[in-house]
Design a protein around this ligand. Structure first.
Ligand SMILES: NC(=O)c1ccc[n+]([C@@H]2O[C@H](COP(=O)([O-])OP(=O)(O)OC[C@H]3O[C@@H](n4cnc5c(N)ncnc54)[C@H](OP(=O)(O)O)[C@@H]3O)[C@@H](O)[C@H]2O)c1
Length: 291
């Protein structure tokens, strides 16, 4: 696809983080803008931690329409937001900013991105029993999305059990209709999930490039019969975790759908146009598969 011209009328959005060079977001969004004819351009904005406040003021001064926010600034930008979405408040992190009349609206699009990735895979978690491996930033968005959507229960399993306890404590009061609990991420706890869960979600970074041979699920622990397996890791797309599940006959959902749908949410906030989800997915796939 040809790169559209940036002209005097082009609206700008970008990605604030440190570093930002690894991100697929510029390619994904610029492909979307080109496909829809939206006169927008997306630029990487490497911002050192000590410059977050100036960078946000700069976005307003330069008439940016918004930005994505990545590691390590997702928490630091929160105090500068004029408004926060429920998802941003519950997850304690902002990854999408929409700027209107100089005011910052902060969102966390990982939650809706995750839910849409399940729904487009024809897996509706409403009423289901879910195990979430990990208790970091992505896990918060996943547990929030699941509880808000009305799952029956979520067990959060994490290497550092206290972190899982904090996550569960934070969300349990707000979502009394879903039973939230935590366990340590041990082989015994994983073995004990058999027959107790319908979906297992890996939100740990285990298996992510360059440690592509690692999995949070030990080889000698049987995969729970009849559960579906979802991995948030999208690089590589086909993780060892998903390969283990597939080999045991389980259904699998990779992390690309979440990436694309969280991007689609931001695209629609900034442009007001429906996001070309397939175009954005293909743009990411091309990079991830070296095509
Ligand atoms: N598909 C998407 O759109 C999408 C969106 C967001 C994130 N992600 C992916 O999700 C993953 C996690 O991101 P995050 O922002 O939540 O990171 P994070 O906040 O740093 O959390 C990392 C999590 O992984 C666990 N972990 C790390 N190394 C481990 C190990 N060796 N054994 C067991 N557990 C380990 C951590 O456990 P401790 O608490 O014990 O350290 C923690 O629960 C990353 O791979 C990221 O790329 C994907």
């Amino acid at each position: 696809m040809e790169r559209p011209l940036i002209t005097g009328t082009t609206s700008l959005v970008g990605l604030i983080g440190w570093p930002v060079s690894h991100s697929l977001s510029p390619v994904m969004h610029n492909a979307g803008f080109a496909a829809t004819g939206c006169d927008f351009a997306y630029v990487p904005l490497p911002v050192r931690p000590e410059h977050v406040e100036q960078a946000l003021k700069g976005l307003v001064a330069l008439n940016f329409k918004g930005a994505n926010v990545t590691i390590p600034h997702k928490q630091a930008v929160m105090r500068y937001m004029d408004e926060l979405s429920d998802a941003a408040r519950f997850t304690g992190a902002v990854n999408t900013i929409h700027i209107q009349d100089g005011r910052f609206c902060g969102y966390n699009s990982d939650a809706i991105g995750f839910l849409h990735s399940l729904l487009e895979a024809d897996f509706d978690p409403k009423g289901m029993r879910v195990a979430v491996l990990g208790a970091g930033g992505a896990a918060r968005a996943v547990v929030y999305a699941l509880a808000r959507h009305g799952v029956h229960s979520v067990i959060v399993l994490n290497r550092t059990a206290e972190r899982a306890a904090f996550l569960v404590d934070d969300l349990a009061v707000a979502f009394p209709n879903s039973a939230l609990s935590f366990e340590p991420l041990t082989p015994a706890a994983l073995a004990g999930l058999d027959g107790r869960v319908d979906l297992v979600v890996n939100t740990t970074s285990v298996g992510m490039y360059p440690n592509v041979n690692a999995s949070p699920w030990p080889e000698d622990v049987p995969i729970p019969a009849n559960a579906a397996f979802c991995d948030l890791v999208y690089n590589p797309l086909d993780t060892v975790f998903l390969q283990q599940a597939r080999a045991a006959g389980a259904r699998t959902i990779d992390g690309l759908g979440m990436l694309v749908h969280q991007g689609a949410f931001a695209f629609e906030k900034w442009t007001g146009c429906p996001a070309p989800v397939e175009v954005m997915r293909q743009a990411c796939l091309k990079i991830l598969t070296g095509g």
